[in-house]
Structure formats: C-alpha cells, structure tokens
Write a protein that binds this ligand. Structure first.
Ligand SMILES: *Cc1c(COP(=O)(O)O)cnc(C)c1O
Length: 393
C-alpha cells in the first residue's frame, strides 16, 4: 500500500484547489460562538482583508454557500422586478447565470437580452455596447471575468466603462479572477464583484464573497425584496455593518479565510498575479510544444486548457495521471454553447500551486498521452523543458 508520504497528491483542478497547511491548521481550532465579540473581531479583520483583495472601499459580504449562492444572491437582490437583464455567456458559468434568471423569470417578471459568444472567445465588447444602446431598460448586466470552463478571460475593465455610463449595474463573476489576476473593483467601476472560497482564495469550498459598490448599495435600498429569503443581500448588508452575519456562519472557514487572505496580501497582489501569469504562460507554451491546441483564443491566467490529441479517452487519461502520478486535473464540460466533455483537459494555476506542482502535472500529462495514443509521439521531456525555459525566460 502506498502511503501519503510515498505518493503525494497534487490538486490541479480549477476548483477546488489545494489549501496551504497554515490555513488547514487554523480550521482545526475549537469552534467559538458567533454572537460574541471574539467572532466579530475576526469577522471585522476578514472584511478588511477582503476589501484589500477586491481593491474596494465598499463592504465585501461573506456568505455561507458556494460561489453560485453568492452570485445568485446578487442577481436576484439587485435586479428591478419587471426589467431586463443583459446576460453575457461564453461557457458553462455564464450560461448558469442565464439559467438563474430563467428560474426567476416568472416570480420577478424579468426578461433577458442574451449575448452568447462562441466558447473559447472573450465577450464581444462592441456587441455589449450595441445591446446597452438598444435596450435602455436593462437594469443589470452579468458577465464572467475568467470563464473557467473555457479557460477564457474577458475585458471586464472595458465592459465596466460602458455599463457605468448607463443606469444598469454590472455584476462580475470574479470567481477565478479575484486573487489570481488584476481586478480592481472601485477603479474599474465594477458595481458588484463576486468570488468563491475554493478557487484562488486558498480555502476549502463553503464561502462566497460579494463586494458591493455605491450604486449597488443604493439599488438595494430602492428595490423591494422578492420571493427569496437567505439570498436577500439586504439582510447581509445590514448585519455586515455590525460585523455580523444574519445566519450561523461557518466559523472555521471565516477564520481560515482570514489567514489565507493575509498570506496573499503579504506576498502582495502584484507578486501573486505575476506568479499566476508565469505559470499560465509557461504551461500554455508547454501544451503548444506538445503539439496540442489551446481551447481559448483569449486565455485566462487562472486555468489553462487544451484539446486532446485524436483518439485519447478523457477518463482513461485523467485516471492514469491521477493513479500513476497523484496529479488531479479537470476535463471539459458540456453546455448549451458547446460540448467539451471528453474533448479537453484543464489545469489550474490559482492559489497554492507552484512551479514544481505544475512540472509534475505537465510531465504526467505528456507521459500518459504518449502511452494512450499511437499517433502522439512528442520528443520526450519537451513539455517540462519548454515550461522551464518559458518560466525562466
Ligand atoms: C467555480 C466557478 C463558479 C461556481 O462556483 P461554485 O462555488 O461551484 O458554486 C462560477 N463561476 C466560475 C467562473 C467558476 O470558476
């Protein structure tokens, strides 16, 4: 039997991601009650660290649930009943935000203007500008900064500039961008910025975060709550002002997120972004050196994806990489815009992952692809050699 020591596991899936030992240790501390000064002090400290990560002076709410919980809360709490949402999708997650507004369409009386971009392409900024002009009644715009399913980055800064000129609010899915790549809520004019704990934030799953700008706070006061309860951001904002939460929080995650945020900020946001970008660029170079096609025409630095060579089984490849090398990578997903299950694989560059983890992953992928495909014969070691050359150069 192999032991943990003899066979180290490396989690390179784009969520959940690996958690540093200091953060895991913090989670092992005894549970404290949350209606106490002790908890409020921890919560206040976390909220301040989150503001630095979001680069905002507005409140950043910590909500129990996954990233989807936090994003859904923003979607339903901020849209004006009886209005329109401009929903931009080019992958699985953008499509999810459309599904959520579909689910609430009858109860909130909302319609969508949908922009669906081909998977692997960034959101088309001109198309967004046009849609905003044609539909001045749009009250909310949803967009994904880093579309994890397609490893693709959109120009959220330019999109925010456009939306700021209108009466609509921009809700950005920053679930794999905050803490991984440059995104500045206030300076860019992002009304609502959402992330989750298990991607670049170096925490296990279980928390979602919602940063609210001034326009979003005003909208919350103006709009009457609809048929939702836990997801009503008004409740969360009211408690947040008192360093509190409306319902029992996952205390262990809250205190551990404080440690993880402090680690990110002590490295410095710029240094973290640079490290993430370095791993991404070098990994993409390695994929190309293997003769693989990248899945994205506008690659995100959080995650990289490539198409499999002809005839390789996704489940066999990922099992071989996992069982033979202890490396956990992700496959593709199916959605409305495309079907990538079985056709692509992805590795993460977010959070607690270093060059050695990535080297091991690339070496494992090269070895197992070569073992599974007769026609795939790269020059042995080319992936890691290219990775090193690109990282060093
Ligand atoms: C992971 C992810 C989500 C969904 O988050 P959950 O925590 O799984 O609910 C949404 N958007 C993006 C871009 C993601 O990467």
């Amino acid at each position: 039997m192999t032991t943990d020591v003899a066979f180290k596991q490396r989690l390179l899936t784009p969520g959940p991601t690996a958690v540093p030992p200091q953060v895991l240790e913090e989670m092992a501390k005894p549970i404290i009650h949350h209606r106490t000064k002790a908890f409020q002090a921890i919560f206040a400290e976390l909220s301040e660290l989150l503001q630095r990560l979001f680069v905002t002076s507005g409140p950043v709410l910590s909500i129990a649930g996954s990233g989807t919980t936090a994003y859904e809360a923003a979607q339903v709490s901020l849209i004006r009943p009886g209005s329109k949402a401009l929903t931009i999708a080019g992958g699985k997650f953008g499509e999810r935000w459309q599904d959520i507004y579909d689910a609430y369409a009858p109860s909130l009386g909302i319609e969508q203007v949908r922009i669906n971009t081909p998977w692997g392409h960034a959101a088309d900024v001109d198309q967004i500008e046009q849609a905003l002009k044609e539909h001045p009644e749009i009250s909310v715009v949803t967009v994904v900064h880093s579309e994890t399913s397609t490893a693709t980055c959109s120009d959220v800064r330019r999109i925010a500039e456009l939306v700021q000129k209108t009466d609509a609010l921009l809700i950005v899915d920053g679930i794999t961008s905050v803490g991984a790549m440059p995104v500045e809520q206030d300076a860019w004019g992002i009304d609502v910025l959402v992330t989750g704990s298990q991607k670049a934030m170096m925490l296990p799953p279980g928390l979602g975060f919602v940063g609210l700008g001034e326009r979003a706070l005003r909208r919350l006061e103006e709009v009457q709550p609809g048929p939702y309860y836990n997801l009503d951001l008004r409740k969360w904002v009211k408690s947040h002002a008192k360093n509190d939460v409306p319902f029992t929080p996952p205390v262990s995650l809250i205190r551990a997120q404080k440690v993880a945020c402090a680690m990110i900020l002590s490295d410095g946001l710029e240094a973290v972004h640079k490290r993430t970008r370095g791993l991404a660029e070098a990994s993409r170079a390695a994929f190309k050196a293997l003769g693989l096609d990248l899945v994205s025409h506008s690659p995100s630095d959080s995650v990289s994806g490539a198409y499999y060579p002809e005839g390789v089984s996704d489940s066999e490849l990922r099992a071989a990489v996992r069982d033979g090398h202890g490396v956990h990578i992700a496959g593709g997903q199916d959605g409305r815009g495309d079907k990538w299950k079985g056709r692509i694989f992805r590795i993460s560059h977010m959070g607690y992952v270093d060059a050695e983890d990535t080297r091991v992953a690339l070496g494992a992928i090269e070895t197992e692809l070569a073992a599974l495909s007769d026609s795939f014969n790269p020059e042995p070691g080319v992936a890691v050699r290219t990775f090193d050359a690109t990282l060093g150069g």
